[in-house]
Design a protein around this ligand. Structure first.
Ligand SMILES: Cc1cc2nc3c(=O)[nH]c(=O)nc-3n(C[C@H](O)[C@H](O)[C@H](O)COP(=O)(O)OP(=O)(O)OC[C@H]3O[C@@H](n4cnc5c(N)ncnc54)[C@H](O)[C@@H]3O)c2cc1C
Length: 516
């Protein structure tokens, strides 16, 4: 192995997809008898945000839709049965709250099909839309030529090979779209859904993030046929087969350092795991300020520490999982697709975001944006439905849950019913009559399970000042300590884990590239 002595140990903190992927990548590349890898996870099982759970015979998933990630899965030696959404993979229901009129837009899969759909639907915008899509495709493909930690010759090469990414690196998605003269509100509405998928409104999100979300989903949108839990199950199984050590119910409490280098990880209960390298995949602010001695970090690298302090985390969420009787024709209602968005459009997501930033809830009868998904049309089993609501701040949720469980449950029910009513009004008539089981997850649920103090479901938010060159670095100033977390999604989490090990192994896995 280039430049490395044998007999090194790695400890990975957090057994979500990112941690599993990091730990497995090490186990694939190293002889674990000589170079042990230990994964410490605070919960009894791995998976983090990616899981499936059963309630009264209904199987619910946390996640909903993923892009094609074949290459990384193949590298990791994982095979998961995925259903690809053909035809349309997403529908947008654009609601006029005054008249209650609904316009339905069905977004087809495939880059060319999508282009043709838009060009024929909006002929007067055909040129702008065509230019936007072609340019965005090229920009997305440039990602394959990016290096994570470019050296001077790489930078010189990237100035040519990644021109579009560099040119637009300081633009928001809104500014980026404006360059092409896209002003038709309905066309903007369609493109803006990808910034909502990127967890920020178009006025704030770095352009490359929704451009990547759009292109990767157009290349294929998928859902595991056996439930999302297949991801952690398969990764964990392979990790153990490769000789990795898994410690569950082991919450990391301290990353121990000496002379600016990692030495060990101490878990609750006092067990200590010596480590030459540590990859932390828990909330990055939490890891850097609470697991690590933050004042020592400040002394080591003031700029990095300041960056940790200034980084804003992404939104939390409310998820309403509904078990239904078998009397609704969900397929007939067109629910066999990856995602349905019901939105009042226009400035909705921006306005919701402004309220979110104050820690409040901005949804009302005349301003809403929600996702509705039907997992059971893919996974089989008893019919179910998920309503997914972002942005949602932690606000008072955790405190309320702790202080007054009854009031907390009532508030969850109240809001849950409000969102169910909207779905009934605009997408599934008579929905309420068919509900058999209701399970509501609040931001407090996500904070509890992930350990993220803000309950953030997408890690750091990809604002312009925390993306690309300005992103909180994966390689921390503490030697041997890495934090690959970023605005993720399942694919990003999987990739981030591989990237962190690639850094430790000096490019042995993916040659320092940004994409596998
Ligand atoms: C409701 C919901 C729906 C989503 N839908 C989608 C979707 O449709 N498509 C998509 O691509 N993405 C989706 N995401 C996002 C995606 O699930 C995450 O981006 C991804 O799973 C993050 O993985 P991770 O390993 O980085 O972090 P996490 O999943 O947060 O894992 C962190 C792990 O660390 C553990 N941990 C925390 N603190 C400690 C500690 N001190 N010591 C030890 N262990 C600790 C936690 O228990 C957890 O297992 C969704 C997320 C949520 C919550």
């Amino acid at each position: 192995m280039a430049g490395q002595r044998e007999g090194k140990s790695l400890v990975v903190i957090g057994g979500g997809i990112c941690g599993l992927s990091a730990a497995l990548t090490w186990a694939i590349n190293k002889d674990c008898k000589i170079n042990p890898v230990t994964l410490v996870e605070k919960e009894p099982k791995t998976g983090g945000f990616v899981t499936s759970y059963e309630r009264e015979g209904f199987l619910f998933d946390t996640c909903q839709m993923i892009p094609n990630m074949d290459k990384v899965l193949e590298y990791l030696g994982i095979k998961i049965d995925l259903k690809q959404f053909r035809g349309y993979y997403m529908r947008i229901f654009l609601v006029n709250p005054d008249t209650r009129e609904v316009k339905k837009l069905e977004i087809p899969s495939g880059v060319e099909t999508f282009k043709q759909y838009l060009v024929s639907r909006y002929p007067e915008d055909a040129k702008a839309v065509g230019d936007f899509l072609d340019y965005s495709r090229d920009m997305f493909m440039e990602l394959h030529k990016m290096k994570v930690e470019p050296k001077i010759p790489d930078i010189l090469r990237m100035l040519v090979s990644c021109r579009k990414i560099i040119k637009n690196s300081s633009k928001t998605f809104k500014e980026y779209m404006e360059q092409f003269g896209i002003t038709n509100p309905e066309v903007c509405e369609i493109f803006n859904v990808f910034s909502a998928f990127s967890a920020l409104p178009e006025e704030k999100v770095a352009a490359l993030v929704p451009v990547s979300a759009m292109n990767s989903l157009l290349d294929g949108a998928f859902r595991p046929t056996e439930g999302f839990i297949e991801f952690p199950k398969s990764l964990e199984k392979r990790f153990l087969e490769c000789g990795g050590i898994l410690k569950t119910r082991a919450a990391a409490e301290e990353i121990i350092t000496e002379n600016g280098r990692v030495k060990a990880v101490r878990t609750k209960g006092g067990e200590t795991f010596p480590a030459d390298y540590v990859i932390t995949t828990v909330d990055p602010k939490f890891a850097m300020t609470r697991l690590l001695d933050f004042s020592a970090l400040q002394e080591l690298d003031r700029d990095f520490a300041d960056k940790v302090s200034s980084v804003k985390m992404s939104t939390s969420s409310m998820n309403i999982s509904l078990g239904l009787d078998d009397k609704l024709d969900l397929a007939g209602l067109g629910m066999d697709c990856g995602y349905n968005v019901i939105t009042t459009g226009g400035e909705t997501f921006n306005q919701l975001w402004e309220v979110f930033e104050k820690g409040e809830i901005g949804f009302s009868e005349s301003r809403f944006h929600l996702g509705v998904i039907c997992p059971s049309l893919t996974t089989g089993g008893k019919p179910n439905l998920t309503i997914r609501v972002v942005p949602m701040a932690l606000g008072e949720w955790a405190e309320l849950r702790k202080m007054d469980r009854k009031a907390y449950n009532q508030e969850k029910e109240r809001l849950g019913d409000f969102f169910i009513d909207l779905v009934e009004q605009y997408l599934i008539p008579d929905l309420k009559r068919h509900i058999v089981v209701k399970n509501i997850a609040s931001p407090a649920t996500y904070a509890r399970y992930s350990g993220s103090p803000t309950g953030s479901i997408y890690d750091m938010a990809p604002y312009i000042d925390n993306f690309g060159r300005t992103r909180l670095k994966m390689r921390t100033p503490v030697k041997g300590l890495y934090q690959p977390k970023f605005v993720h999604g399942v694919f990003g989490a999987l990739l981030g884990g591989v990237q962190a090990v690639d850094m430790i192994l000096e490019g042995e896995v993916m040659n320092g590239n940004a994409r596998f």
